[in-house]
Design a binder for this molecule. Structure first.
Ligand code: AMP
Length: 245
C-alpha cells in the first residue's frame, strides 16, 4: 500500500473516532443484496429518531455529479464490484458528521469486508451502543426481488414491480420522483454481486458475531420481520430505538 493511502486511512479513522460520540446508538444491517435491508431500514427510520444511511445510496448520489471521481465510481458500481475503501470511508465519514446523526444512525451496506468491519468497530468502541442485524433470505427470493426492483431516482425509496408496486405507475409515492431500474440490477451483475457477498460474508460474520451484539432475522414478510427485529432489539436494550410517537 502506498504511503499516501496509509496516511489517508489512518487519518480517516482518527477523525471518525473523534466525532462518534458515546451517546450514539448504531444499528448495522448486514445481508445479501436484495435481502430487503433498504426497505426494513427505511421503515425503521420512519418510526425511530435514527436516520437511515445507505452507502449504496450515498454513492449513487455522488454519481449524479459529473466529476472524475463519479466516472471512476461508476466503473466499479455498474460492474457490481466494491468501490475502494478510501472512497467509501470518505463518503460515509462526511455523512455521519451531519447533525441528524448525533443520537446515532441505521447503517446499511457497510461493512462489506472484514477490513471495513474492523474499521467500523475501531471507530466506535462503545460495544453496548452497537447492534449488528443479519437479514437472511433464500437465493431464489433474492433474484425475484432484484429483478423486479425499482428505486426512486430522487429519494432512493425502493419499490418492486409486483411485490411492492407504487400507487401511480413509474412514480414514487412519497416524492413523486421517477422510478428507475438500477444499472446493477441485471441478472449477470446480480450474480456477480452475490458471489462477492458470499466470499466476504463468512469472515465478517465470524468476527462480529463472536465479539458484538448480534441479531438474526429472516425476511419472509416485511411485517413479521419488522416485528421480530424490534422485539430482538428491545430485548437487548429497550431504549435503543426511541420511538417518536
Ligand atoms: P447497494 O446499494 O448497497 O447494493 O450498493 C451498490 C454498490 O455500491 C455496490 O455494488 C458497490 O459497488 C458499492 N458499495 C456500497 N457500499 C459499499 C461498501 N461498503 N464498500 C464498497 N462498495 C460499496
Amino acid at each position: 500500500m502506498s504511503k499516501i493511502k496509509t496516511v489517508f486511512i489512518l487519518s480517516t479513522f482518527l477523525f471518525l473516532g473523534s466525532f462518534l460520540s458515546a451517546e450514539q446508538n448504531i444499528l448495522v444491517f448486514l445481508g445479501p443484496p436484495g435481502a430487503g435491508k433498504g426497505t426494513i431500514c427505511s421503515k425503521l427510520s420512519s418510526t425511530s429518531h435514527l436516520p437511515h444511511i445507505s452507502t449504496g445510496d450515498l454513492l449513487r448520489e455522488q454519481l449524479k455529479s459529473e466529476d472524475p471521481l463519479s466516472n471512476e465510481l461508476r466503473s466499479y458500481m455498474s460492474q457490481g464490484q466494491l468501490v475502494p475503501d478510501e472512497v467509501i470511508l470518505k463518503v460515509l465519514m462526511k455523512r455521519v458528521q451531519k447533525d441528524d446523526c448525533s443520537k446515532g444512525f441505521i447503517l446499511d451496506g457497510f461493512p462489506r469486508t472484514k477490513s471495513q468491519a474492523e474499521k467500523l468497530v475501531a471507530a466506535f468502541p462503545q460495544k453496548d451502543h452497537l447492534i449488528f442485524v443479519n437479514v437472511s433470505i433464500s437465493d431464489d427470493a433474492i433474484l425475484e426481488r432484484l429483478q423486479g426492483r425499482l428505486i426512486c431516482q430522487n429519494c432512493s425509496r425502493p419499490y418492486h414491480i409486483t411485490l411492492n408496486p407504487p400507487l401511480s405507475k413509474g412514480k414514487c409515492n412519497h416524492c413523486k420522483g421517477k422510478l428507475i431500474t438500477r444499472e446493477d440490477d441485471q441478472s449477470d451483475i446480480i450474480l456477480k454481486r452475490l458471489d462477492i457477498y458470499k466470499a466476504q460474508y463468512a469472515p465478517i460474520k465470524k468476527f462480529l458475531k463472536e465479539n458484538y451484539q448480534w441479531i438474526e432475522i429472516k425476511n419472509d414478510s416485511l411485517d413479521e420481520c419488522f416485528l421480530s427485529l424490534t422485539e430482538k432489539v428491545n430485548q437487548i436494550d429497550p431504549t435503543f430505538l426511541e420511538i417518536k410517537d
